[in-house]
Structures are given as C-alpha cells and as structure tokens.
Design a protein around this ligand. Structure first.
Ligand SMILES: [Zn+2]
Length: 174
C-alpha cells in the first residue's frame, strides 16, 4: 500500500482489548488523582489516546485491506479498526453533512472499553483515549481524504451514566 511509505513509526505490536482496557483504567485512575478540573482530566485522557494512536496506526493499516479515501469511508474504517481490537462493531453510525462541515457519530451500547465501570462523576469521559486514537489516525488521513481538519471527542459515555458511548468526529471541509 503506497501510503505506508510516508509513515516511519516502528512496527506496532498487536494489542488486544484487555490490554487496552487495562491501560485506560490505569491512566484514568492516575489522572483523577493528579487533576481536579474536568477539562484538564479529559484533555489529558485525549492526549494519551493520540499517543496511543501513533503506536497503533501501523498495525491498524496492516490489518485493513483498504484505507479511507473519503470521510464516508472513514467511519467504515474506524468500525473495522474497532472490531479488530475489540471484536465488536458500533451499533449506530450517524453522518451529518453541511456545506462546510461533516459530523460523524459512532455509538455503541456495550462499550468494551468502559464495560462494568461506573464513574462517580458525570464530567469525566472514560473512553476519551479512544477518541484521541481516532483523532490522530483521522488527522494522518485528512490530506488524503481531502478535508481541512478532523477532531474527535467522546461526547457520551456509559461510565458517566449515558445509555451508550458516542465518539463524535468534527470534520471541516476544504
Ligand atoms: Zn465510554
């Protein structure tokens, strides 16, 4: 795959869902001790995810036969990537488009990342590291897909009492 040539990270080792979960749990516990402000907590979790994204990306590409050529394919690619790591796909994928922006929402009820976790507060998004992973990978493909910018945040989380976890992509068109 030609696009691989531009990436120079070391070959990422395969991770599995349990390792990802364990890592996220450890980070959340650590960050909750370290920070009090919810924005700082969520931002720290997001940044951790972006760094994880760097490591995961090579493996992710290896396992996929196609990479996203446009934003519509990105949700399918993220769904396949999620399935590769966690053995599950999203329940619902919502795409909204205007002249200047595209929003994609990936929703999952039985989220494998925060399953069985109940946070005592509603202002922390437990699965935010996953949003960081999605964002970093999306950014690498932004030029290729012909979009200006991509952000991703976890906008609902089971661990804070929502019915499902939701990862929202905010995409600016060129
Ligand atoms: Zn969640």
């Amino acid at each position: 795959m030609a696009i691989r040539g531009i990436f120079s990270w070391p070959e990422a080792e395969k991770v599995n869902a349990q390792l990802f979960r364990a890592t996220v749990h450890a980070f959340v516990a650590h960050i909750l001790e370290k920070h009090k402000n919810p924005d700082d907590i969520n931002e720290a979790l997001h940044k951790i995810g972006r760094n994880m994204g760097k490591m995961l990306f090579v493996t992710y590409l290896d396992q996929l036969s196609t990479i996203a050529r446009d934003v519509k394919e990105l949700s399918g690619m993220n769904n396949m990537g999620f399935k590769f790591f966690f053995g599950k796909t999203f329940d619902e994928i919502i795409l909204e488009e205007s002249d200047t922006n595209i929003t994609i929402k990936l929703r999952i009820e039985d989220c494998p990342i925060c399953r069985d976790i109940v946070l005592p507060r509603r202002d922390v998004f437990f699965c935010e590291p996953m949003a960081g992973v999605f964002e970093w990978i999306g950014e690498q493909l932004a030029d290729y897909m012909g979009v200006k910018s991509i952000r991703c945040r976890e906008t609902r989380c089971r661990a804070r009492g929502d019915k499902f976890c939701e990862f929202s992509f905010f995409i600016e068109k060129l």
